[in-house]
Design a protein around this ligand. Structure first.
Ligand SMILES: CC(C)(COP(=O)(O)OP(=O)(O)OC[C@H]1O[C@@H](n2cnc3c(N)ncnc32)[C@H](O)[C@@H]1OP(=O)(O)O)[C@@H](O)C(=O)NCCC(=O)NCCS
Length: 141
């Protein structure tokens, strides 16, 4: 699974995937500010030269966070999200970070299963956190 840093040239693919999946509504400026933030780790996975997925972490020691992760439906269930997670958590370990937080929609069972498989534990929840009233589950690794 070839994982590399995300660049501005990836943003059309990143935005197209985000819009196809419809799970998040970041605009281009938000992605650009992530690319420029010194603490952000922005990763892309390519399969045989084809953009397949991305993940963005904030690596800030004990306040590290997984902000977003997504895989093109054509490439899902092949371990790509797992590889992106490993890459981020490995870097966190190398930088002596000890925690990674994230929040996810209560009903997003695929993502929750991914996180639990990789050692994230649900520790709290926020009722009606999302615009449509869905609860957020908070996970910690
Ligand atoms: C969640 C998501 C990133 C998983 O990507 P992926 O590359 O398919 O995940 P992996 O192949 O690494 O799967 C790892 C584990 O996640 C879980 N999982 C992933 N897809 C699943 C599915 N369709 N059904 C059930 N479990 C699933 C399983 O536990 C899986 O392990 P297994 O294959 O050994 O059973 C992908 O489904 C996606 O992009 N979803 C839409 C965006 C999203 O919801 N992002 C998370 C919120 S920010």
């Amino acid at each position: 699974m070839p994982i590399r840093p995300m660049t501005e040239a990836d943003l059309p693919s990143v935005l197209a995937l985000q819009n196809t999946l419809g799970f998040q509504k970041w605009n281009e400026k938000q992605f650009i500010s992530e690319l420029r933030a010194s603490y952000a780790l922005c990763l892309v996975d390519e399969e045989a030269g084809t953009f397949a997925g991305y993940a963005i972490f904030h690596l800030m020691g004990s306040d590290s966070e997984l902000l977003t992760i997504a895989v093109d439906p054509k490439f899902q269930r092949k371990g790509i999200a797992s590889s992106l997670l490993h890459e981020g958590l490995d870097k966190l370990n190398r930088e002596n970070g000890d925690h990674c937080f994230l929040e996810v929609r209560q009903g997003n069972n695929h993502a929750r299963s991914l996180y639990e498989k990789h050692g994230f534990l649900a520790y709290s929840q926020r009722e009606r956190y999302y615009d449509d009233g869905e609860t957020a589950i908070l996970y910690k690794w």
